[in-house]
Design a protein around this ligand. Structure first.
Ligand code: ADP
Ligand code: ZN
Length: 435
């Protein structure tokens, strides 16, 4: 078999979705397993991939998009471990290590929602948008944000499901979050709905009054998230959002709640295109996992052709961000990050890579990729544009990198490190670009 494939796992509180593929158009196989004990569930996952590898399917890596909370600190001994989850039996499960050991593949890990946001941004409902917020309303509630192809993380991944909400008058349901009681997840997740009404959420008719409560709490959360993140596109997935009647309720409530305060056409004029279901459902999460594995492997070996790379996918769909900003960068008068004159010449040359010895490294950088099997970060640098602004550049071996994190994507589970920075046009406007 000539083609390269990647494994993806979407780890959910109710089910694990596994798939083998390359992108949204090329899925070779998929399977679902109920989430039972970690041993049983992960053995089924490993067996699924082992069977295809036995048949000669050349898997190059495995991506995992998992429920959390997850330890995603590459310096932590518990890197890739599920932390204080309400899901019984899953706390402290070293998901990344187990899957590495059981499959023998290099593994990258992200949150389920960052994975889903990435897939929807690459191939789904947020194609062509600069950023995508993906919220899942399922067994739990979580949110992921991708900005220009980069899943957002700071100290850790975001925990958008545990926002505090203003309780609706007359609602005495105490909420089910073991940590906060009546946070968003405690009031509006699938199990919260079920406990509130005494039957599974999927069996409630659209006319049931619980749906108005549900919409009211979700709209409050969306109000907050839109104010904080102002994402370019919002995608709502997860089992509960299969109740499509929730969407018009949310459009109405969110618009009313924001009350024209934000001068956004997306909210005020076309909210039905702004808050949408996933285009890749039910595979958003697992496709995100595949994208992460593919980016990690391509970072190591380079895409086989521009068209085959994840970057190529984005180009092919004609959705490059700020394409005009990626024009020639004259660095004749620029300085490299060490204050030395840049060696770049001419208007069409890329910034010259630095040599290995002079690679600047952040405190986090320079770690090896041994823990995941994916390659190590080679460092990052900056170069001064002719307007005096700094721009990140690439290293001697031209391996792409993540400008923000400065650490190896394989270890952190960050996607393809293409590097990004800013440039300034003739009129003095600053633009971001990504490579
Ligand atoms: P996971 O959380 O494992 O990723 P889901 O996103 O499917 O899985 O979420 C499962 C939750 O969604 C359960 O609480 C279930 O009751 C609820 N759910 C599933 N399908 C529906 C439906 N059609 N309508 C309402 N709730 C649903
Ligand atoms: Zn909570």
């Amino acid at each position: 078999m000539d083609e390269v494939y990647y494994g993806g796992v979407e780890a959910g509180g109710t089910k694990f979705v596994c798939a083998i593929g390359r992108d949204a158009q090329h899925i070779l196989a998929q399977a679902r397993f109920p989430t039972t004990t970690p041993e049983e569930t992960l053995s089924k996952v490993a067996d699924f991939f082992a069977e295809f590898m036995r048949q000669g399917v050349p898997l190059r890596g495995l991506g995992v998009a998992s429920f959390g909370p997850l330890d995603l600190d590459p310096a932590s001994p518990a890197f890739g471990t599920i932390r204080a989850t309400p899901k019984k039996g899953w706390e402290d499960v070293p998901l990344l290590r187990w899957l590495q050991e059981k499959t023998g593949l290099p593994v990258v890990i992200e949150t389920d929602v960052n994975g889903a946001a990435l897939a929807e941004w690459l191939w789904g409902a947020a194609q062509g948008k600069r950023s995508c917020l993906y919220l899942t309303i399922g067994t739990g509630i979580g949110g992921g944000l991708v900005v220009e192809g980069q899943p957002f993380r700071a100290l850790s991944h975001a925990e958008m499901g545990h926002l505090r909400l203003a309780r609706l008058a007359g609602d005495t349901f105490e909420g089910i979050c073991p940590f906060h009681g009546d946070c968003l997840e405690g009031l509006a997740s699938g199990p919260a709905l079920a406990q509130r009404v005494g039957e599974p959420a999927e069996s409630l008719p659209p006319t049931h009054p619980a749906w108005e409560l549900e919409a009211a709490y979700l709209a409050q959360a969306l109000h907050t998230l839109i104010c904080v993140l102002v994402p370019h596109q919002i995608v709502l997935g997860g089992g509960v959002m299969k109740q499509r009647h929730l969407f018009p309720r949310l459009w109405h409530r969110v618009r009313a709640s924001l009350n024209s305060y934000l001068p956004l056409r997306e909210v005020n004029e076309s909210i039905e295109r702004y808050i949408v279901p996933p285009a890749l459902e039910p595979l958003s999460g697992v496709l995100g996992a595949i994208a992460l594995a593919r980016r990690a492997q391509e970072r190591e070996e380079g895409p086989r052709t521009a068209e085959l790379g994840v970057e190529g996918d984005r180009q092919r769909i004609g959705k490059r961000i700020n394409e005009s900003d990626r024009g020639p960068r004259t660095a004749d008068r620029g300085m490299d990050d060490g204050g030395r004159p840049s060696t770049n010449r001419g208007t069409n040359q890329r910034i010259k890579p630095q040599t290995a010895d002079r690679r600047p490294r952040t405190a986090d950088c320079g770690v090896d990729g041994g823990r995941t099997g994916f390659p190590a970060c080679q460092g990052r640098g900056t170069d001064r544009q002719r307007m005096g602004n700094e721009s990140t550049n690439q290293t001697a071996d031209r391996r792409p990198r993540t400008a923000d994190c400065g650490v190896d994507g394989g270890r952190t589970g960050f996607p393809a490190c293409r590097g990004r920075g800013q440039t300034v046009n003739e009129w003095g406007n600053t633009h971001s670009f990504i490579r």
